[in-house]
Design a protein around this ligand. Structure first.
Ligand SMILES: Cc1cc2nc3c(=O)[nH]c(=O)nc-3n(C[C@H](O)[C@H](O)[C@H](O)COP(=O)(O)O)c2cc1C
Length: 260
């Protein structure tokens, strides 16, 4: 494998959940923002909200970015030329999430390169009503994810990933065999156990229903965590469709229909 400073930076990145009580200066902030907005785009459909209120920000981070899908600005520009959006909201959201996330990840990498750490927070879409109120969001702007940024006060090891053979498929998607699945689970579980990840975090997702608890921190690891998290959390469609609708997005509406 070839490596260089950029590859090393990417391979050593990890989510940071403890931050120094130290502000980020204006020049650094401008670098982060410019690097973020230089990401590839479909239609510049990403914008960032910023909070520097470290007392309120998650993990007391000095910076909290809320990454938004933002159709509002494009529609203002189109209106200035006498045009209306015809493309469906489903398509705009799909492209918008891409623009927003490439932009956010540019910010993450830029932050790393300047000695800053970061951590995404995924619940923003479900909190869209509150975020919209806090930041006076116009319609057609929807928060997709938040990103805490600051100087790290911890230095955990990089977290494991699936083996390449379980993620990179050349020419055709393979039929994944039981042994491939077991190997992926082994790599992830042994990797997280070697870091004592869940014991250090003092966190196991509690079991609901009939299943009996048989795990402790000696064997509770990534696959069990994923199964419990995604196998028990019922994020009802309406919990997303409601906030989307209230921000002016109707995902089942076709492009050009009334109200779009
Ligand atoms: C969309 C998204 C949502 C996330 N939400 C959270 C979150 O709510 N809380 C948190 O502590 N970490 C969150 N993370 C960070 C992941 O837990 C983390 O990236 C993953 O465990 C891999 O660890 P690493 O980033 O250290 O490699 C999120 C990451 C992404 C990409």
């Amino acid at each position: 494998m070839k490596t260089n400073d950029t590859i090393e930076l990417l391979l050593n990145r990890k989510s940071i959940r403890k931050y120094e009580d130290r502000q980020v200066d204006e020049d650094t902030l401008e670098s982060l923002a410019r690097a973020a907005f230089q990401a590839p785009f479909a239609a510049q459909l990403g914008s960032l909200l910023l909070s520097r209120d470290s007392e309120k920000n998650p993990f007391s981070a000095p910076l909290l970015f809320t990454v938004c899908v933002d159709c509002h600005r494009l529609e203002l520009i189109m209106r200035a030329r006498g045009w209306k959006m015809k493309t469906s909201d489903a398509a705009m959201l799909l492209f918008g999430v891409q623009d927003a996330c490439y932009m956010a990840e540019n910010l993450v990498v830029a932050a790393e390169s300047l000695g800053l750490g970061s951590c995404y927070l995924g619940m923003a879409p479900f909190a869209a009503d509150r975020i919209a109120e806090d930041y006076s969001l116009p319609e057609r702007v929807f928060p997709v994810v938040q990103l805490a940024v600051g100087y790290p006060a911890e230095d955990p090891p990089p977290r494991p990933r699936y083996p390449l053979s379980f993620s990179l498929f050349e020419d055709s998607y393979p039929e994944l065999e039981e042994e491939d699945v077991r190997e992926a689970m082994r790599v992830m579980d042994e990797g997280y156990l070697a870091q004592d990840y869940y014991r250090r975090a003092d966190y196991m997702v509690e079991l609901e229903g009939e299943r009996e608890e048989t795990f402790d921190f000696d064997d509770y690891s990534w696959t069990e965590h994923m199964c419990r998290k995604w196998g028990q959390w019922h994020a009802a469609a309406e919990n997303l469709l409601g906030p989307l609708r209230r921000r002016g997005f109707e995902v089942t509406r076709d492009g050009g229909e009334e109200g779009s």
